[in-house]
Design a protein around this ligand. Structure first.
Ligand code: ZN
Length: 153
């Protein structure tokens, strides 16, 4: 059967960026299962699945808008070191939960200059064009339970 909304799909995949760096892969693991059309995977990949069948192998290049979104400059902020009380040594690459009016948001330190720390709340893959190498391992109708839960079992 061909993949359409309401199918459960199992796929093997390899995800790379424009530099050819492998960001994620299902190699050595069970294939990733998802419910098609339910927002389980990024929108661009969801679209690329439509009409594919078991045994199909293909490449999908997904622009940031259809993946993890574009980068927002306003999500990058400079804060004083004193805001990180209780942390022994601040380092670039460290992640924190920032308390905001909208609740906790994960942020990452991207730069430290003297007493000023730059933190970035953008998703790690925001602004990144993604290339997926996909092979379809299984396609079946979702059960009523899976549809109700909005994910694959
Ligand atoms: Zn469930």
């Amino acid at each position: 059967m061909e993949i359409k909304s309401g199918c459960v799909v199992a796929m093997h995949y390899k995800l790379t960026n424009d530099e050819g760096q492998i960001l994620d892969s299902s190699e050595g693991r069970e294939p990733l299962k998802f419910l098609q059309g339910a927002g389980n995977i990024i929108p661009g990949l969801d679209k690329a699945m439509i009409g594919k069948k078991v045994g199909d192998a293909f490449e999908a290049v997904i622009e940031p808008e259809e993946a993890y979104g574009v980068r927002h400059e306003q999500m990058i902020q400079k804060v004083p070191k004193s805001a990180f009380q209780g942390v022994d040594e601040l380092q670039v690459g460290m992640s924190f939960q920032a308390e905001t009016e909208q609740g906790p948001v994960p942020v990452k330190i991207t730069e430290i200059v003297d007493e000023v720390v730059t933190v970035d709340a953008n998703h790690e893959l925001a602004g990144v064009r993604l290339t997926f190498q996909v092979s379809i391992e299984e396609v079946r109708e979702a059960t009523e339970e899976e549809k109700a839960h909005n994910h694959a079992h």
